[in-house]
Design a binder for this molecule. Structure first.
Ligand code: SAM
Length: 482
């Protein structure tokens, strides 16, 4: 039976509840009065504490996703843009993945790291290689990484992951520093989550892949990842281990997207109900071609329009949750979904183990790649492209370093302090990037943007302080934050 507070996967991601939700959504997909009512509920409202949003339940959001009336779809997109603007403004946080090891004992049928794939050479970075990769990433301008690894208790035990995290944080090359390491590794024990927390990780990210238990078991035929309940309950263990920023995601293309969407939101509701804080981020990866993987054999692929609608509906349903898109998506698709709700993107990414050091920006090693990268531009090109569209690329990592994680981060959103905090932080970190890593053209566009945008910090004292910090950065000092 469905129970949002249960710690049993089959109860908080309840199959019958999802089927009933989909049925309800189908019956109401043209019910204009109801859709208007749902949109009204989700609209940002001014309260004594600033601007707040109520969000939506999985049922309500599923009605919006099912609705195919063009005029209503426009209203859904408009509301998603309005919510995005209210909480994220024009800021887009930048990150890059760092692949540590492709050794894996699972048999995920969509992933080229599956243990039976003999086409890819297996590789695991040594600490010296981690160092080289991190220096290459710092030299691009990155401050925030997501580390990725296959699951292999012998080759990539938790001690190896912890050692890598340590190495990453220890490297200070020129003005570079990795200030936040997010971790995307397989589901593990409370004890290991505690160790990750102690190592100072940012978000623990784990994609559910699919919320459909039967499909899940077929798609993960062997290995530890076969255990659906263990995987689905991982975020509860992570939170029990003290990690209060967790990142959800499904791999779109594996099962029916409306099912996944309802499951994803039920998972978010569950975390909120049990731990008092929802997911910090939601990722929306789509299946890509890879070494011995042909995505066309999975028949649940979604087109760009449906993908955009999913992003918009997530933005409306969980207004305070960051949304991440990777270089799996093309420049064109990224441009569209950034406007509708995405708040974090990767840039200059390599999805191979050891893909950064020793390669020029044009060269890319394909042999150990996890999936084909669609957006192959350099970080500098992505940064300039964002600014040309009016977005502010942000390398900010302040919240986590100031201890504003979990519900403390949400509180910042709710009291409307974002414009006095995130906005100047974005500009300060952009200034660092321009100074240390940008091409002359990007720097010119960025300097003009900073001069203009700094005026939009509402609190005059904060604005003055930010101007002082900007001056200091221009004179060689680094790492200021609010
Ligand atoms: N091994 C860990 C796990 O199982 O969660 C870490 C994650 S893996 C390195 C990162 C993610 O890549 C997976 O969770 C999966 O969603 C995604 N992925 C795997 N194969 C993919 C493909 N062919 N196209 C796009 N994404 C893929």
């Amino acid at each position: 039976m469905y129970n949002v507070k249960s710690l049993n996967a089959d109860e908080f991601i309840n199959h019958e509840e999802i089927l009933e939700t989909l049925e309800y959504a189908e019956q109401n997909k043209h019910n204009k009065a109801l859709i208007e009512e749902i949109l009204e509920k989700a609209r940002p409202k001014k309260t004594g504490r600033g601007v707040e949003c109520a969000g939506l339940s999985h049922r309500e959001a599923s009605v919006l996703l099912a609705c195919d009336l063009p005029e209503m779809t426009e209203k859904i997109y408009d509301l998603a843009r309005e919510i995005k603007q209210a909480f994220y403004g024009d800021r887009i946080v930048m990150f890059a993945p760092l692949y540590l090891s492709n050794y894996c004992v699972n048999k995920c049928v969509y992933c080229p790291y599956h243990m039976q794939n003999k086409e890819i050479p297996r590789k695991k970075l040594t600490q010296d290689e981690v160092r080289d990769e991190v220096i290459a990433l710092q030299d691009m301008g990155h401050k925030r990484l997501a580390i990725e690894s296959g699951e292999d208790p012998v080759n990539n035990p938790i001690e190896y992951i912890l050692e890598c995290i340590n190495t990453i944080y220890s490297i200070k090359h020129k003005n570079g520093a990795i200030r936040r390491v997010n971790v995307n590794i397989a589901a593990t024990t409370v004890e290991n989550y505690r160790k990750l927390k102690e190592a100072g990780i940012g978000t623990y990210i784990l994609f559910q892949e699919t919320y459909h238990r039967e499909s899940y078991e077929v798609l993960h035929p062997a290995g530890p990842k076969h255990n659906y309940a263990y995987h689905t309950e991982a975020m509860d263990r992570a939170m029990e281990g003290g990690i209060d920023d967790v990142g959800l995601g499904v791999l779109f293309g594996l099962d029916k997207y409306r099912y996944e969407f309802a499951g994803l939101l039920m998972h978010a509701e569950h975390l909120e109900a049990v731990h008092g804080v929802g997911p910090h981020t939601i990722s929306v990866p789509r299946l890509r071609r890879a070494s011995d993987i042909d995505p066309t054999v999975f028949d649940n692929g979604i087109d760009d329009e449906t993908f955009a609608k999913i992003v918009a509906c997530i933005r409306i349903a969980v207004p305070y949750t960051g949304m991440i898109i990777s270089t799996r998506e093309s420049e064109e698709c990224r441009a569209k979904v950034i406007g509708l709700g995405v708040s974090q993107i990767s840039g200059g990414s390599r999805t191979s183990v050891g893909g950064y050091a020793g390669y020029s920006s044009e060269e890319r090693p394909h042999d150990t790649e996890q999936f084909d990268v669609s957006d192959q531009r350099t970080l500098d090109e992505v940064v300039k492209w964002l600014m040309d569209m009016g977005y502010i690329p942000s390398f900010c990592t302040a919240c986590y370093r100031e201890g504003r994680t979990g519900d403390r981060f949400m509180a910042l959103c709710k009291v409307g302090q974002i414009q006095n905090c995130c906005h100047p932080n974005a500009l300060l970190t952009l200034q660092e990037y321009l100074q240390d890593y940008a091409s002359p053209e990007t720097r010119k566009v960025g300097e003009a943007m900073i001069d203009r945008e700094i005026q939009n910090v509402p609190d005059p004292k904060r604005r003055e302080k930010a101007l002082e910090y900007l001056d200091k950065i221009r004179n060689g000092e680094r790492d200021f934050r609010f």
